[in-house]
Structures are given as structure tokens and as C-alpha cells.
Design a protein around this ligand. Structure first.
Ligand SMILES: *[C@@H]1O[C@H](CO)[C@@H](O)[C@H](O)[C@H]1NC(C)=O
Ligand SMILES: *[C@@H]1O[C@H](CO)[C@@H](O)[C@H](O)[C@H]1NC(C)=O
Ligand SMILES: *[C@@H]1O[C@H](CO)[C@@H](O)[C@H](O)[C@H]1NC(C)=O
Length: 437
């Protein structure tokens, strides 16, 4: 019952009007410089890691050549500290001439030639967070036009050095200005993160109308504490946040730090699984040139990506928070499928968690199970049959769950109601179906 109510609510929220630029019908995927490379501008002493056109070309090469692009990781995104400290004679932003000698338009061409998209960073305020020129209200139109002229595909608009009044004016104005350029540009708004992320200060209906994604909460850092803190904040407020997401409009818990220094293998799987359940944008911030094979396998896990990219675009929820330290997350997927994540908050040893699909609100029937990280199918289970999952400390077990009974018989109520599934499905995306099932 609880599940049905949730899905119904979300089915309706998906009919509200998303930002009408046709972009990001599933969560955007790619690479973003900030968490790993920050504001390193010391190209004299640290040429491989400084914010420069060669860093973004390197990452574009890796995305195109190492199998990322085919999996959907197509955005190469610049963050802060790319620009010159001065605007040009016409009042336009310009890149730092020493670090981006070819200019942004050339970099965009390089990225586009590899079948990728280029994102850039701005800040609605007098300065960016790093102290570079900001986009004050009077500069919104010229900056939108400059980005479009360069061939930019996505803009992250930060909120340092602005106040609530300017943000209320500025974020919607940028939506209009981007639209007026005629170039489809994905729009990431940091607005809610500057207003505490919750109503009444934040209006999620409005955000869905003006932004493709939005940062609700603080920046991620390279540590498990940071990941856990973010997951807890998003989960504690899921009743507010979850209905806000849908095709073209996503909550953004910030970058994937898998492949950096802070997470163990289990914790890396946890971040991937929970970001997939949350329908979160998947922007890696790591060094794709030196990524180890373990991190690569997690980030390139096809099951986790397919769950993240499910065409219904319904964000998942935490169903249960057990006293034992096991949290169970659930996300409804297309074709009557769903994803489950068993997440352990424990720090002692693998925990044997016993439950059944019935206890997790599944309707009567027999279900096929596929373990996403083991990459293999498990024996079918009946809804009432108890099973045990062994969950590592700070780790997850993630399942793709699929009814074995004929689909019509188990189709969730919401798909039969006023809204038919075909209204949600994008024509060019096939729902996930592991070969094994
Ligand atoms: C601009 O907005 C209109 C109407 O909302 C929409 O049809 C059009 O696709 C948008 N164009 C761009 C480039 O975003
Ligand atoms: C917000 O900042 C602008 C300058 O960017 C200023 O003109 C305005 O008075 C400020 N508003 C408030 C309420 O502080
Ligand atoms: C939130 O934004 C929507 C859409 O712009 C608007 O209709 C609604 O009145 C706003 N809600 C509040 C509480 O301001």
C-alpha cells in the first residue's frame, strides 16, 4: 500500500512541467573537474593537474577511448577557476589566456569531435566562489550568449557572493537567457544549496520548471563521512526531495568520488548504488588517466547505470531503517521491475540480514533477482519466501528485481491508472534487461 501511494504521487509529479529544453530526460552523466582538481591553477609546477585546456582534452580522450561515452558518460564539465580575472573589452567572460590558449570554442570543438558535450561554470554573484568574475543580474544575457556562441552544452550556475533576492531574480532569468540563445544548454542550479535545500525557502515546483538539475546540499569531499552525510541528508528529507525529481529535473547530491583516495571498494559500490537509487546525476570527479581497474569496474557497471538511467525517472526511497544498521532502499523501474539496495551502516563485520520481498511491500508473485555487483542472477524467490543477504560493513548488496509472472499480472497499479507507461517511456531507450533474465 505504502509503495503504491508513493508511486502514484510520483507518477503525477512526472506530469508537471519540466524545463522545456528537451534535455536530460534521464540523469546526466559525465565528468566534472571540481572535487578532484579544485582550483589548481599552477600550470608551471603542476602542468598535468592544473585547470587548463589540456586537462579537459585529456579527460575527453579518456571518455571517448576507454568505453565511458558508450555507457552514457558524455559531459566533460569545467568548474570554477577557468576564466580570466577580467572580462574582455565587450564585457564578455574570457578564459585565462595562459591556461586556455586555444579558447573555449576550440575546446568545445575538440570535445564535440569525440561525440561528447562540454559544460562550463558560472556564478550568480559579484564573484565566483574562487574569486573570478561573477554573473551579476546585468551580465546574465551576455554570459548566456557567450556560452552559446562557444558551443557550450551545459552550465552549472553557482551562488557565491549573491543574496536571496538576487538568486530569486537571477536563476529564472538565466533560464530565459539560455532559451533565448536558441542553443539547448543543460542548466544546473546551485540555488537550493544556498537556501538550506528545504521549503519554504526552496520551491521545488519552481526549480523543476527552470533547472534540469540542482545542488540541494553542501559540496562532497573525498571521504566516506562526506558520502554518508550526504546520503543521510537526502534520505532524511526524501518526502520533500523525491517527488521533485523526474525526467528533465533532478536532485543532485554532487559528484562521484569513486577512484579517488577516500573510499574503500565497498564504499565505492555504496556510492554507486545509492546514486543510482536516487536517480542522481553521475558526474565522476576523478583522474580518468590513472583510474584503477576496481574503480573503473564499479563506475562502468551496466546494471547500476541502467538502474540510474531508467526511463521512468522515478527517484527511489529508503523503505526501512533497521535498528541493526541495515537500511533498505527501493526504486521502481520500467516494465514492472525495481531495484533494491541493502546498505549496511555497520562497522564490524558482514551482517546477515533476513527479510522477504513481501516484507518489503512487494505484491504476491514470483520474482527473478539479479545481483548488480556480482553480475549474476540468483534463484527466483516467491514474495513470501525469506532470504538472507550478507552485507559488508559500509557496503551494499544491490538487486535488480523483475517479476517472472507475466508482466500484465504484476504491473504496478500506477502504470494502469490514468497514466500509461508509454507516456513515460522514451522511444529511443530500451529498459534494462540483464541477459541472464
Ligand atoms: C525555449 O522554450 C520553448 C518554450 O518553452 C521551447 O519550446 C524551446 O525548445 C526552448 N528552446 C531551447 C533552445 O531551450
Ligand atoms: C542583494 O545584493 C544586491 C547587489 O548585488 C543589492 O543591490 C541588494 O540591495 C541586496 N539585497 C539585499 C536584500 O541584501
Ligand atoms: C512555487 O512555484 C510554483 C511554480 O512557479 C508556484 O505556482 C507556487 O505558487 C510556488 N509556491 C510557493 C509556496 O511559493
Amino acid at each position: 500500500m505504502q509503495k503504491t501511494a508513493v508511486v502514484l504521487l510520483l507518477a503525477f509529479s512526472a506530469t508537471t512541467f519540466a524545463l522545456d529544453n528537451g534535455l536530460m530526460r534521464t540523469p546526466p552523466m559525465g565528468w566534472l573537474a571540481w572535487e578532484r582538481f579544485r582550483c589548481d591553477i599552477d600550470c608551471d609546477n603542476d602542468p598535468k593537474n592544473c585547470i587548463s585546456e589540456s586537462l579537459f582534452k585529456d579527460m575527453a580522450d579518456r571518455l571517448a577511448e576507454d568505453g565511458w561515452r558508450e555507457l552514457g558518460y558524455v559531459y566533460v564539465n569545467i568548474d570554477d577557476c577557468w576564466s580570466s580575472k577580467q572580462r574582455d573589452a565587450q564585457g564578455r567572460l574570457q578564459p585565462d589566456p595562459k591556461r586556455f590558449p586555444g579558447g573555449i570554442a576550440n575546446l568545445a570543438r575538440y570535445v564535440h569531435d569525440r561525440g561528447l558535450k562540454l559544460g562550463i561554470y558560472g556564478d550568480l554573484g559579484t564573484y565566483t566562489c574562487g574569486g573570478y568574475p561573477g554573473t551579476t543580474l546585468d551580465k546574465i544575457e551576455i554570459d548566456a550568449q557567450t556560452f552559446a556562441d562557444w558551443g557550450i552544452d551545459m552550465l552549472k550556475l553557482d551562488g557565491c557572493y549573491s543574496n536571496a533576492t538576487d538568486q530569486e531574480m537571477g536563476y529564472p532569468l538565466m533560464t530565459k537567457a539560455l532559451n533565448a540563445t536558441g542553443r539547448p544548454i543543460g542548466y544546473s542550479c546551485s540555488w537550493p544549496a544556498y537556501q538550506g535545500g528545504l521549503p519554504p525557502a526552496v520551491n521545488y515546483t519552481l526549480l523543476g520548471e527552470i533547472c534540469n538539475l540542482w545542488r540541494n546540499y553542501g559540496d562532497i569531499q573525498d571521504s566516506w563521512d562526506s558520502v554518508l552525510n550526504i546520503v543521510d541528508w537526502f534520505t532524511d528529507h526524501q518526502d520533500i526531495l523525491q517527488p521533485a525529481a523526474g525526467p528533465g529535473q533532478w536532485n543532485d547530491p554532487d559528484m562521484l568520488i569513486i577512484g579517488d583516495y577516500g573510499l574503500s571498494t565497498d564504499q565505492s559500490r555504496s556510492q554507486m548504488a545509492l546514486w543510482a537509487i536516487m536517480a542522481a546525476p553521475l558526474f565522476m570527479s576523478n583522474d580518468l588517466r590513472t583510474l584503477n581497474s576496481g574503480a573503473r569496474a564499479i563506475l562502468q557497471n551496466k546494471g547500476a547505470i541502467a538502474i540510474n538511467q531508467d526511463p521512468l525517472g522515478i527517484q527511489g526511497r529508503r523503505l526501512i531503517k533497521e535498528k541493526s544498521g541495515i537500511d533498505v532502499f527501493w526504486r521502481p523501474l520500467s516494465n514492472g521491475a525495481s531495484a533494491l539496495v541493502f546498505f549496511s551502516r555497520r562497522t564490524d563485520m558482514p551482517y546477515r540480514y533476513q527479510t522477504s520481498l513481501k516484507a518489503l511491500n512487494y505484491t504476491p508473485g514470483t520474482y527473478k533477482l539479479y545481483d548488480v555487483f556480482l553480475e549474476k542472477s540468483l534463484p527466483e524467490v516467491k514474495d513470501a519466501t525469506d532470504f538472507v543477504v550478507s552485507v559488508n560493513p559500509t557496503g551494499v548488496v544491490m538487486w535488480y528485481v523483475y517479476p517472472s509472472t507475466k508482466q500484465e499480472d504484476v504491473e504496478p497499479v500506477h502504470l494502469k491508472s490514468k497514466l500509461t507507461r508509454s507516456m513515460f517511456l522514451q522511444k529511443d531507450r530500451k529498459p534494462y534487461s540483464p541477459d541472464i533474465l
